[in-house]
Design a binder for this molecule. Sequence first.
Ligand SMILES: CC(C)(COP(=O)(O)OP(=O)(O)OC[C@H]1O[C@@H](n2cnc3c(N)ncnc32)[C@H](O)[C@@H]1OP(=O)(O)O)[C@@H](O)C(=O)NCCC(=O)NCCS
Length: 219
Amino acid sequence: MPKRVTNPSARNVTDANHDKRDYLFESADGAGTPMKIVKCVPPDAPRLFFRALNLEDIGHLQVIFSDPLAMRHYPATKSIAETREWIERSMTSYERHGHGLWAVCLRETGEFLGQCGLIHQELRANPDKEIGYSFQRRFWGRGYATEAARAVKEAALTIFGFPYVVSFIAPDNEPSIKVARRIGMELEEILPPEANKWNRTVHVYSQTIRDPNLAASGL
Ligand SMILES: CC(C)(COP(=O)(O)OP(=O)(O)OC[C@H]1O[C@@H](n2cnc3c(N)ncnc32)[C@H](O)[C@@H]1OP(=O)(O)O)[C@@H](O)C(=O)NCCC(=O)NCCS
């Protein structure tokens, strides 16, 4: 598993709203050879930008996690302590995998809308990279989740080198299924409750991503 190492030449780019960092990872051989620089967040989307989640987002995420409607496909709403743990797990994922769920903000105002990103999931025989998303309810119905998920999908290939992504979705989570379908995912597999950690039927939407440059050239 790649491990972040100190790199004096790594850029730290920060402006008023953005927290975009490049990280240098050790090669998998463990010899400490620099492997590649991974840009930690996807590039801006037309209306959105991504940044790493941090503990100052507890209030932002709490708006989603305390909303019974937003959480109806999850086991329960989350307390403030659970929201803090959620963010800490995201921060650990940045360190461990180079990616995780990121904050999605409005370019125009910097406002926090929700979270979207790439989650390392060990649910099936081989690990998956899941595109996950949840947004504050007042920002639903404006296409932000689809725009963010599309940007994350493109980053999965172009930044992180993952040609195959999934979304694990409850069969009756219609808005989420629509987002997955809009970005090109198709239903691949149905996991019965006994075959996953959530003990619920899970629909696996997936897509093998084509290189956007090849797609543009018609190849
Ligand atoms: C899943 C979730 C993010 C989807 O949110 P959403 O608002 O339905 O999705 P989008 O932001 O992509 O918005 C799409 C809608 O905006 C509409 N829209 C309005 N203006 C638009 C614009 N400028 N561009 C694109 N779409 C626009 C679309 O027509 C679409 O409407 P429709 O669903 O009636 O067809 C949201 O329901 C959520 O946060 N749920 C709780 C968490 C959750 O369940 N996450 C998924 C776990 S698997």
